[in-house]
Design a binder for this molecule. Structure first.
Ligand code: PEP
Length: 251
C-alpha cells in the first residue's frame, strides 16, 4: 500500500478547497484500492469538511498544540482536530522548525500530545543544505528522530509515519536523487528499529517529500524504501495530484 499525502500549507479558502475536492473527485474516483490518499488542509478548511464524506480521502492537520487544552490563544488541540474526523497530523514540518523556530523539545511535546489525543503523527525530518554539504545529514536526521521519539519505547502498528523531507528540496524544484533518498530512508528505517523495536520499526511507513511532481514521482515511489510521498505544491492542483495517485497505484 503506497501513500500519497498533500500538504496544502497556507493555501485555499473553504470555497477553493471545495472546488479542489469536486475536481479531484471527477478525475480520480474511484480511488485505487492500493493507495491511501491523505490531504492536510489548513485548520479553517479542515473544520469546513467535518463530517463530510470525501470518497475515501483521509484528512490530517498541519500542526497541533503541545498541550491538551487551556489558555493558549491561537492554538488547536488534538481533540479539536479529531472532532473534524481527521486522523493524521504533521509534526515538525521544516517550515515549523525553520520559519517558526520550533525547537526539538516542542516537536517532541507535540508528537506526544498528538498520540495521547489519538491522532497519528507524521513526523517530518530532514537536513538543510548546509548540513548536507558539511557531511552532517545523517547525524541531523538521527538526532531529529531521537529528539522527537525520546521516551517512546513501544508503538503499536499504524500509530506513526515518518516523512523524510530534505529542507533544500522543499518548494525549490530540486528533488533529492534516488540514491540519496534510498540511503536516508534505510538509515531512518534502521534507526526506528533501534529506537522502537524491530516489529514497530519495520511497520512505520516512511514517505519522501521535496519537490515531488508527476515527472519525478514514478522513479521515487518505486524505490523499495519509499512508502509514498508528502507533496506540497503539486497537491494543490487536482490534475497533478490525481496523476501522483495514479502513478503510486502502478507501483
Ligand atoms: C512539503 O510542504 O512538505 C513539500 C514537500 O513541499 P513541495 O512538494 O512543494 O516541495
Amino acid at each position: 500500500m503506497k501513500i500519497v499525502a498533500g500538504n496544502w500549507k497556507m493555501y485555499k479558502t473553504i470555497d477553493e478547497a471545495q472546488v479542489f475536492f469536486r475536481e479531484f473527485a471527477a478525475l480520480a474516483l474511484p480511488l485505487p484500492q492500493n493507495v491511501e490518499v491523505v490531504i492536510f488542509p489548513n485548520y479553517i478548511a479542515l473544520g469546513a469538511f467535518a463530517g463530510t464524506a470525501l470518497n475515501g480521502v483521509i484528512l490530517g492537520a498541519q500542526d497541533v498544540a503541545a498541550d491538551a487544552e487551556g489558555a493558549f490563544t491561537g492554538e488547536v488541540s488534538p481533540a479539536m482536530i479529531r472532532s473534524t474526523g481527521a486522523k493524521y497530523v504533521l509534526i515538525g514540518h521544516s517550515e515549523r522548525r525553520h520559519v517558526f523556530g520550533e525547537s526539538p523539545d516542542v516537536v517532541h511535546r507535540k508528537l506526544l500530545n498528538a498520540m495521547e489525543g489519538s491522532l497519528v503523527p507524521v513526523l517530518c525530518v530532514g537536513e538543510t543544505l548546509a548540513e548536507r554539504t558539511s557531511g552532517r545529514a545523517t547525524e541531523v536526521v538521527r538526532g531529529q528522530l531521537d529528539g522527537a521519539l525520546s521516551g517512546i519505547a513501544h508503538l503499536d502498528r499504524g500509530h506513526l509515519m515518518v516523512a523524510y523531507e530534505p529542507v533544500w528540496a522543499i518548494g525549490t524544484g530540486a528533488n533529492a536523487e534516488n540514491d540519496q533518498i534510498e540511503e536516508m530512508h534505510s538509515l531512518i528505517r534502521s534507526h526506528l528499529r533501534q529506537l522502537l523495536g524491530d516489529g514497530a520499526g519495520r511497520g512505520i511507513p516512511i514517505l519522501y517529500g521535496g519537490s515531488v511532481k508527476p515527472a519525478n514521482f514514478r522513479s521515487i515511489v518505486a524505490l523499495p524504501s519509499v512508502d509514498g510521498g508528502l507533496v506540497g505544491g503539486a497537491s494543490l492542483v487536482p490534475a497533478s495530484f490525481t496523476e501522483l495517485v495514479k502513478i503510486a497505484a502502478q507501483c
